[in-house]
Design a protein around this ligand. Structure first.
Ligand code: ZN
Length: 202
């Protein structure tokens, strides 16, 4: 006797969707059936967006920002202040600082923070790349714009220590950010005042 099971393409989609963070099997099923019942364009547009995600983006080889070109537009822009580098944990933090319109220097994206307890160590983030960059061209100011949490503090202290020889001044965003706050979710005026009130890192 034949027992009906899900057609293979549907099962496959559910399996792939379930691999995404925050999506359990039940949500994956709901999404798959939503796509099946919707106009085919919805699935097609999603597929195209997914395909282009990696094809049309790169990590900038200088600052490790997410970009459609390498070097990224910020690194390429001669009008940006080459003597200032702002160090952030994630690309979305960089965008949050850009939105304030108050910063004209360059960036360096670490892609994470140090958390020895969770197994995130120096080699897991782009700190060596930052030091190499600074060694090649020291800066007047290195701005540490880490999240206002324990990992952010640990990361900022470490970066300050290994960069000390290559920056005339190392500053950290002022403590306007609520403790534990993710920079990317802070509102513009909070980031703006944290940036303007930045202090020498101790
Ligand atoms: Zn760049």
């Amino acid at each position: 006797m034949t027992r009906m099971s899900l057609p293979a393409p549907v099962a496959r989609l559910i399996e792939e969707l379930s691999r995404l963070p925050g999506i359990g099997p039940r949500t994956a099923q709901r999404l798959a059936f939503h796509l099946l019942r919707s106009a085919p364009e919805l699935a097609q547009n999603l597929a195209t967006a997914l395909q282009n995600l990696h094809l049309q983006t790169v990590w900038c080889s200088r600052c490790f920002n997410l970009s459609e070109q390498d070097p990224c537009p910020v690194c390429e822009d001669p009008e940006r202040d080459q003597d200032r580098i702002c160090v952030v944990e994630e690309p979305l933090d960089l965008l949050a600082i850009e939105r304030t319109g108050l910063y004209a220097g360059l960036y360096h994206v670490l892609h994470g923070s140090l958390s020895p307890l969770e197994g995130r160590n120096v080699e897991d983030v782009k700190i060596a790349e930052l030091v190499e960059r600074l060694r090649a061209r020291p800066v007047e100011e290195l701005i540490l714009a880490m999240d206002a949490d324990h990992e952010g503090d640990t990361t900022a202290s470490y970066v300050a220590q290994v960069s000390a020889a290559f920056a005339s001044r190392i500053t950290r965003l002022a403590r306007g950010l609520p403790t534990g706050a993710d920079l990317e979710y802070a509102d513009e005026s909070t980031i703006a005042s944290a940036l303007q009130g930045r202090q020498d890192s101790s």
